[in-house]
Design a protein around this ligand. Structure first.
Ligand SMILES: [Zn+2]
Length: 64
């Protein structure tokens, strides 16, 4: 399971590496999105970059 490279955040050597964001899914489940050097990873079953990761990326978009 590989991390998904982000087009919004440059995750390489980012100060928040290893930070985990809890994201609530549409069915009420909670997923954890983690930042790695290579991008974001989510513990849900999606193979592609899921909406949980996009939700975390959107937080970065707000501040930049
Ligand atoms: Zn997910």
């Amino acid at each position: 399971m590989g991390a998904h490279k982000s087009d919004i955040v440059n995750t390489k050597n980012h100060p928040w590496l290893g930070v985990r964001w809890p994201v609530k899914g549409s069915t009420g489940n909670k997923y954890i999105v983690t930042m790695f050097n290579s991008g974001f990873d989510c513990d849900c079953m999606a193979y592609r970059k899921c909406k949980h990761i996009k939700e975390v990326e959107a937080k970065f978009e707000d501040v930049e």
